[in-house]
Design a protein around this ligand. Structure first.
Ligand SMILES: [Mn+2]
Length: 298
């Protein structure tokens, strides 16, 4: 029989999915029955960056980069897909108004502090309101800073609140024994005198990390990861790159030796997409996030 022209058997409709920019396979909304293992929130604030701004674009770039990544970690032998987690989206930030931005980040931080959270920066100043919110909930909270820069100045370019002063403000709120730094290789003479005085600097080596873990013990921890702690040959897309940083194996060692710590939240800050033309820094950040979550929360 001759087939009639232009008439085909209609195909059944396909079930389709609308894509939204969330981290890996995160859900967008909380489902009533399931308790999410953790949440993810983007803080696209870069209001005080001085040398190379652009970190405000990082949360969405990191989410997009995460799509190229497996949920399974061969190093940790754990899989993100084994638990449900929620991407809260990005905080709406009033650009140009730093005090108001900080207040909004604080408000979000208060709600977030009831959950295990990953915060996608944004510049490093976001750590101050976020850490402060968790500190209200956990008064003995310890702070671990992975960073190339000390960030301990009292003020920077006439600003008291800046990415270069952020750790000063955080440490001001806790006992000096609850603060730990890794990777610091840039700062003023005065900042390094402080670091030496309080013995804040640790290294990605077994003895040093074991000593840090022993000092922290059972205390809750907030971890802040400035991606410039890594060598700029691995993470070039950042606001203030600093030669001589960590490599990926150093980070794996850090994770292995600190796995027993009670990490309540962590942030990954200072990825700068305009200076990341190959996209490698966003991929690196996504990988840091997957491994850190799996290390502490799975
Ligand atoms: Mn830094």
């Amino acid at each position: 029989m001759k087939r009639q022209q232009g008439k085909e058997t209609p195909k059944p409709p396909l079930s389709y999915q609308m894509l939204k920019n969330v981290f890996l396979e995160a859900e967008e909304k909380r489902e009533k029955k399931k308790k999410p293992a953790f949440g993810i929130a983007g803080i696209p604030f870069d209001g005080t960056l001085t040398y190379k701004p652009g970190a405000r674009f990082a949360p969405d770039e990191i989410r997009q980069a995460s799509w190229s990544m497996e949920t399974f970690s061969p190093f940790l032998k754990k899989d993100l897909a084994d638990k449900s987690y929620i991407d809260w989206g990005n905080l709406e930030v009033p650009y140009g108004d730093t005090p108001e931005s900080l207040r909004l980040i604080s408000s979000l931080g208060k709600d977030a502090s009831f959950h295990k959270m990953v915060f996608l920066g944004g510049e490093h100043l976001i750590t101050f309101p976020l850490f402060s919110s968790y500190l209200e909930k956990y008064p003995d909270l310890c702070l671990i800073q992975l960073d190339a820069h000390a960030d301990l100045r009292f003020e920077y370019l006439d600003n008291i609140y800046s990415h270069a002063t952020v750790m000063h403000h955080c440490v001001d709120k806790i006992s000096p024994q609850c603060f730990f730094q890794i990777g610091i290789r840039s700062g003023t003479r005065r900042e390094f005198q402080y670091i030496e005085k309080y013995d804040w600097l640790y290294f990605c080596q077994e003895t040093s990390l074991r000593e840090m873990v022993q000092k922290i013990g059972e205390k809750p921890v907030y971890l802040t990861i400035d991606v410039d702690v890594f060598d700029p040959s691995f993470v070039p897309g950042t606001g203030t790159p600093e030669p001589g940083g960590l490599n990926w194996e150093d980070y794996e060692r850090f994770l292995s030796l600190t796995a027993e710590l009670d990490v309540k939240a962590f942030d990954v800050v200072e990825v700068s997409p305009p200076y990341d033309p190959s996209g490698i820094s966003a991929v690196f950040a996504a990988r840091i996030i997957r491994e850190t979550i799996l290390n502490f929360w799975y």
